[in-house]
Design a protein around this ligand. Structure first.
Ligand code: RIB
Length: 334
């Protein structure tokens, strides 16, 4: 007879598999009624939570799986560096994968990491859990960075809304009139568009028309250059651009300079990320700085709490700050 799965329990109880997982692991708020429904369904089906995976957890391997979109990106490169050095100093070895926003590649890595019996996973990829079933049935301590998955998996990110708001308000404060936002399109969760949401809210509050140009995170450089040249062709009077990451901000800066646009006189630019390598390579770029080291430390602390079956929150939102640069006009005091 086939062993009943978590999905069978969820179907019989009339709840999501995430809820079944939370009942099993006593995570998050659950009503008595929900707990009773799930427990009754487990009893009816003679469902046993994946005891092998749980037994495996007691035999720790002192290793952690880390998945990012690409370490070639300055933000994820710095994040991976901070995660690895912090984990190593905590006695953990790291298995790292570049998922490159490829669902099959991400699933292959997840299956490999589960087979290696890592003690936990830190996932910073852009794919959505609905396309990756391993995230639903996973019986391992798991935290996500950046992209929010669901209410049972802790998420650590910078304050994306505050960052988008600060970038847009700064451009307005420095005199920009026609401000355009550039963003990526990977995620499907409303939580992941907070930078864009903040930009739109500030523009509408200031009686301006929000305009956003979107492109996939791992689009080629030429594809991005084509889109940003189109932006300048379609908006010759644009005088402020808020880019949702520093790589795009630098591409836009280079295209503007090639087109003879004076920075910041004719066009002001603010990016998002603020990785140390970007500051070294492009010190002139004004940007919203994500606390990358703090994101890494917080993620590891939360994961260690999960491994030790201690309580954790569902969301950790960490503060951002504006780094000035010559792509911004100076703030006039008058
Ligand atoms: O530069 C990569 C971007 O992807 C970062 O802003 C990170 O937060 C993710 O959104």
């Amino acid at each position: 007879m086939n062993q009943p799965k978590m999905t069978d329990v969820a179907k019989l109880a009339g709840v999501s598999t995430n809820t079944v997982s939370r009942v099993i692991h006593h995570r998050g708020y659950l009503s008595e009624k929900t707990i009773a429904k799930v427990e009754a369904a487990m009893k009816t089906l003679h469902y046993q939570p994946n005891m092998i995976a749980q037994q495996l957890q007691s035999h720790r391997t002192k290793s952690i799986g880390v998945l990012v979109p690409s370490v070639a990106n300055p933000f994820f490169g710095e994040l991976t560096y901070q995660l690895e050095r912090n984990l190593f100093s905590n006695g953990f070895k790291v298995f790292l994968g570049n998922a490159e926003n490829d669902i099959q590649k991400e699933r292959a890595y997840l299956q490999q990491l589960l087979a290696r019996q890592v003690d936990g996973l830190i996932i910073a990829t852009h794919n959505h859990q609905n396309k990756i079933p391993e995230y639903t049935d996973i019986n391992l301590p798991l935290v996500t960075i950046d992209r929010y998955l669901n209410e049972t998996i802790p998420n650590i990110s910078s304050d994306n809304y505050a960052g988008g708001k600060l970038a847009t308000e700064t451009l307005i404060e420095r005199g920009a009139k026609e401000i355009i936002h550039t963003d990526s399109v990977e995620s499907f969760d409303k939580n992941d568009y907070l930078r864009n949401k903040a930009y739109e809210d500030v523009m509408i509050a200031n009686n301006r028309q929000p305009i956003t140009y979107k492109i996939k995170f791992n689009a080629t450089i030429n594809e991005k250059k084509k889109l940003y040249n189109k932006l300048f062709d379609e908006h010759p009077n644009v005088d402020g651009i808020f880019a949702s990451n520093d790589v795009d901000a630098i591409l836009i800066l280079e295209i503007a300079q090639q087109r003879g646009i004076k920075i910041p006189q004719d066009l002001q630019i603010i990016g998002y990320d603020g990785a140390p390598t970007t500051k070294i390579m492009r010190p002139e770029l004004a940007t919203i700085v994500q606390p990358i080291q703090l994101i890494a430390k917080t993620s590891i602390s939360v994961l260690k709490h999960l491994i030790d079956n201690k309580h954790v929150e569902n969301k950790y939102v960490l503060p951002i700050l504006l780094r000035e640069g010559s792509t911004l006009k100076k703030l006039t005091t008058n």
